[in-house]
Design a protein around this ligand. Sequence first.
Ligand code: HEC
Ligand code: HEC
Ligand code: HEC
Length: 411
Amino acid sequence: MTRSILKHFLAPLAAVSFALAGCGGHNDAATSPKNSPEQITRGRYLAQAADCAACHTAQNGAPFAGGVKLESQFGTFYGTNITPDPKHGIGTWSADDLYGALHDGVAPKHKLYPAMPYTSYRQMSREDSDAIYAYLMAQKPAPAPNVAADLKFPYNVRFAVRFWDMLFLKDALPDASSGQSADWTRGRYLANALGHCAECHTPRGAFGQMQDAKTLQGGELGRIGAPDITPAALAARGWTGADLQAFFATGFAKQGSAFGEMHPVVYLSTQHLSENDSRALATYLLGDAPPKPAPLVAAKVDDPTQLAAGRSLYLDSCAGCHGFDGQGKPHVAVAMDGNSTLRQADPRNLIVSMLDGIEAQRFPGLENMQHMPGFAGTYTDEQIAQLANYLRATWGGQPADISADKVKSLR
Ligand code: HEC
Ligand code: HEC
Ligand code: HEC
């Protein structure tokens, strides 16, 4: 349905958008950035904080040479080559051009799709864009050709994106807010202008736009969900500022590990944040007056025998790694007791991790964990539901209300 609305909506306006295409240039005075080693080092830090590599460096590919496949409801996008290669990369680009791409989503020769999160980078300062420019220009040029996006009509009409921009591209952050601390303000910049946390953690509307009224209240990325990370929701799952900082730095906290799309965010980006910036990010998420973390209270279950089947499956298949009392095992597996994946009202990440398992992932420093096997082939929908109910009620404080049908819908 969504798709046909957009098609009819855009078609008559395509001509208007095309007419507008010429007017959106960026005429910022050409500031020529110094390519000093300090500038390049700063650019590296900022590119990490903004996680450019997540979409522009393919696994086993040359740094920033592109080719990362990004699936979306509109079709498949590919991160492009942003090395200084003059033919395939951005070697002929000026600092103005890069700022145009980050701020307006405009490349010298074409309009970019919002799969490149310029909706967030728009808030980046010119100074930070220039430092990233200096860093990218200091990279090794990689002669890797770009892969064209494979999109369904009408999304394959590039200039129509200008119309989308007119509706959904918001202006920069309001100036220093009233009464917020310097940490909070810095954290807001890190979360929005650089880390683009909202691109995953904010629900999207029918046109793929972020729903600003629900900022950070949780988004869906295919089968996995990016949970609600507003202050009240984080506190309800037991998070403190110190826990968040541990999670950003190491990928672990007592609430569990970073997995799914969050793992590369930690591995490529947040682990590199300075201690001050990590604290600022946590301060922004929880607020200057963080709500008290909620204690974990096991859920009331009318008939405790309901959980017996789940308990027995847990002892058979999970306790060896996660511990008989859900306490976890150092360097083997995270705790289930108080794990934030179990404390979410939405059970999808819990169910999907049981079905698919989690590949062995690298974590910052020396930490590593085993891979978590998937149980899709071992257990029926009914059994996965029993496990989910046992885990949620016992260690998540959530109702034991998961049905076999719910599990089926996530297979
Ligand atoms: C969430 C994924 C994602 C992230 C993160 C991301 N990009 Fe992109 N970027 C893309 C995609 C996809 C395209 C291609 C868009 C298109 O085809 O219209 C793109 C295009 C570009 C282009 C245009 C290249 C060209 O040849 O037209 C530049 C420049 C760029 N990105 C720079 C950056 C920088 C710098 C960062 C970090 C500050 C960054 N990107 C982070 C996904 C991303
Ligand atoms: C071989 C050891 C192993 C077994 C068996 C195992 N897990 Fe895991 N599990 C892990 C590891 C390791 C992680 C963390 C993986 C990561 O993030 O890299 C994990 C993560 C999880 C998570 C996500 C929570 C988080 O914070 O990462 C859930 C939920 C989970 N396991 C539930 C289960 C259940 C239920 C079973 C039994 C049906 C089970 N696991 C069996 C090792 C195991
Ligand atoms: C590419 C998508 C994506 C981006 C970008 C992203 N996240 Fe996440 N995030 C997820 C997903 C998916 C999960 C759920 C898996 C997990 O818990 O590790 C998650 C989980 C989290 C959690 C754990 C919540 C809990 O209760 O378990 C926190 C905290 C978090 N993200 C913060 C951030 C911050 C801060 C940023 C920006 C710097 C960010 N995320 C950027 C996808 C993303």
